[in-house]
Design a protein around this ligand. Sequence first.
Ligand code: ADP
Ligand code: ZN
Ligand code: ZN
Length: 743
Amino acid sequence: MSKYARVIVDLSLDRIFDYVIPDELKGLVQVGGQVNVPFNRSLRRGYVLALTDETDCPPDKLKPVEALAETHVMIPQSLVKLGEWIADYYCCSREQAVRALLPGAVRSGKIKHKTLKMYSIADNIKAEQYVLEHEGKKRYEKQLAILKLLLTHREVFKDKVLRDADCSDSPLKTLVKAELITEEERTVHRDPFENVSVIPDFPKEPTAEQAAALEKINAMIEDEKRNKHVMLLHGITGSGKTEVYLQAIEKALGAGKEAIVLVPEISLTPQTVRRFRARFGDRVSVLHSRLTEGERFDEWTKVSEGLVKIVIGARSALFAPFRHLGLVIVDEEHESSYKQGSHPRYHARDVAVMRGAMEKAVVILGSATPSFESYYNALTEKYEYAELKQRAEKCFLPRIDLVDMRMDADDDGKVGLFSKSLVQAVRDRLFRGEQVILFMNRLGFARQMMCDQCGYVANCPNCSVSYTYHRRRNTLSCHLCGSVMRAPEVCPECSSPEIKYSGSGTEKIESIAGELFKPARVVRMDSDTMRSASSYEDALDGFKRGETDILIGTQMIAKGLHFPNVTLVGVLNADQGLYMPDFRAGERTFQLLTQVAGRAGRGDVSGQVIIQTFNPHNETIEYAAAHDYKGFYDFDMMVREMLTYPPDGHLITLYFSGPVERDVRTCCESYMELLRPYCHNKVIISEPAPAPIERIEGKYRYLIIFRGHRLKQLREAIRHLLFHGERPKGVDVYADVDALSQM
Ligand code: ADP
Ligand code: ZN
Ligand code: ZN
């Protein structure tokens, strides 16, 4: 039995404290467990990171562990180790890493199990008599409805009684008082998808390509001594990747293991969930951002108690507390939403690969357009690789036509938003009763307010970005700090009424499309119109049922949706995003165009994609139009290798911010000098400079970027500096390891 527990206290200190384990708690205090410990004369919640017989402190100075925490939350030991790796690799504190491992509801321990009132018949004979006696009497109508319901269903929860018998509380109370029915409190696991009914579904006979991929995966699952534990499943949209996931999961479950499926939050739709539910029923737990705290707590407990075998969810589902993990699937692994934007800034795909390695689980990364990182690892044979080049159901990849917008100018040289060929194509499709998706790429720049007379641009006063204009609400807002103001009628600088809104948004497309294609029914989906989960589902369901002819949207509609009747996809502004100051701009544009194109022609009629561009000879757009991933990769990699950009090497960005610019700059420069000794001669340094977005919420921002191979030493030095380095008051410093953007 160990003498001491190393405990991380729920505080923002990156420090571990040793506590004595008193005799009565010996064997009960375990790694991963929550304990209460004395800290500065108060009691604190802490997590046990390790047990030991050695301590660096004089043992008589150590305080004892007070008690186990009431919640009995236990983080599996393997996850505690993963947390430590996250803290080291992503240069965050151990406490921040622990936070990522546990949902807030579980950490706080404030949520308790939910109980519901449940009703059943107390005495069948008595109840039936009562029904016979009062049948047809208006006054007893509700009571009888309840009794009939309970006579046919053994036990019914209160909300279902109220709904099905269409009654209030009072007839229920009367019946309980008359001892005709009984009322009891039941602990329930809240089921966020209890209202979604599913038709069971069975494995499909794999296509030859699916079979080849599955053979490799099954071999990996069977052989724990495998030399590669990660597979990149590179399959075009509709090639049946999901079917491969489903069969791989079956294999893992058969081996007594558990599985995690990560999907980007945006594609965590009922459509996706239904496919997993249909195959695995209630062995699946779904974690999404719309869960209440209580539901989150329940799902975590179910996983922890081994009541479910499969977890499907966004980023944080990766930390499901399984103890026999056999398989992790990362769908759409190229998605940038897998990188967390706040501490700890981890990349769920990369952490998945690490968790797999630590727990001897197989990891499948799936994508139609793999991230360069994953493809690079497959080419260098770090990962297994399987490719699905054919669509699973008999249909073909859509034809992609590029429209050169420069040729589409009218007599005044003006270019509209819709080219003549797109307008014609949309009309043709609608005439045949088919559906159309119009896609607006809003990566990059939003709509600005600009004055035609004096060139004034409405900027946020706290941040160095321009305001975004929303026509429906007639407001200007800042997407960085959230400040909002009423859109002015005249220019605040020169009072000219000639204020214009540049950068056309979906809202404008919607109104133009409504005019152009009358009487087509048009629906717009973007973050402005889709404020709630139900509006999102309603819009999609309506489109699916054919109540909408044209769906207009942003990235939100680019993914995972499957509409057989969509035969045309129009991309209005392919170029937007290409010229962002970011070495991944091309990669993102390629991914997006491929994703969007994949929405066309998933039914019997072959599909068509029209891409409008001002740069028809841009390589990225040409490769996308030719469905040529490999060609694009080779082309773009040439540049990256020349400049040592990822995946050729890693990248760490160090950010500094604060209210006084001079302090921020000095701190940035002095840290650079402290870190220089840890940069070997192959590390490329972008010296201290103001960040592209120079100010956010009134704070000035500076950054340093390090690129290259073998950055471990540097990372350790950065981490040390972050937690122990000196800095002027008010200056914040943080690191973004493997940063996806440098803004
Ligand atoms: P992806 O995930 O690669 O986009 P899906 O798994 O969604 O592809 O498959 C596309 C369609 O093909 C789905 O409707 C799916 O049910 C069907 N499908 C997949 N595999 C098979 C198969 N082996 N036989 C018949 N249909 C299949
Ligand atoms: Zn003006
Ligand atoms: Zn702002």
